[in-house]
Design a protein around this ligand. Sequence first.
Ligand SMILES: [Zn+2]
Ligand SMILES: [Zn+2]
Length: 283
Amino acid sequence: MRIDLHSHSTASDGTDPPAEVMRRARAAGLDVIALTDHDTLAGHDEARRALPPGLTLVPGMELSCRLDGHSLHLLAYHVDPAHAGLAEQRHAIATDRVRRGRDMVAKLRDLGVDITWEQVAAIAGDGVVARPHIARAMVAAGAIASPGQAFTPEWIGAGGRAYVSRYALDPDEAIRLVASAGGVSVLAHPGASQRGWVIGDEAVERLARAGLGGLEVAHPDHDQAERLRLAGLAATLGLVASGGSDDHGRLTGHRLGCETVAPAEYERLMSLAAGAVGGGGQN
Ligand SMILES: [Zn+2]
Ligand SMILES: [Zn+2]
């Protein structure tokens, strides 16, 4: 069984619509795919309608959190879409993402980058606004050659000249919220040092006490040493060793299925989600 628990669509900053992500997931030989767009559940209905035979969808999202001033991503699976507290937080994050996007465009314009908010909004479409949308506008304007070049101190990388921070959840609070919505949470790419910061073992231990279900061990941004460290940490803390491709379509080189989760770990994770139906997930 091939299982990928991390992917993005046009519901946030991926380049392919949810239906196309499902088609590609099956074409990549996957049996299970989680759609985990940033701070939204909006892609799930389309994904469900487009689900090819033999493919199981795990409804998920990637929640924006902040710990000690650092950005931290929390994957949440099988939450109740109607849960009021979580819906409120999704709305607060999405609203502030628009405010922040406008602010970053203004800063970039001050730096001589000829892009407009309207262009960025058009690229984002119905999706939750994120920095990759701005990066794509910068490419279109000829300011940079590829979207990845935007994520530097020179532009909109964390702490960069045109970077603006935004509203994010305290991870303890987010973990409890996800649990109260019937879901289970996994810390996303906790060992991705190139993102500027790696969460310490003690902090992970604290999150485990708050109810964290798993750690993303297999992720394209993790080198072998980080995978070993995280697998050890997961085993010590009794957390599920999870993983996924973090596929964003054409935006990154990480293709669906390039990172997978062991079936036993997947079953264990799903059993932790109160809202999940059975071990095999549902179609
Ligand atoms: Zn992430
Ligand atoms: Zn992601």
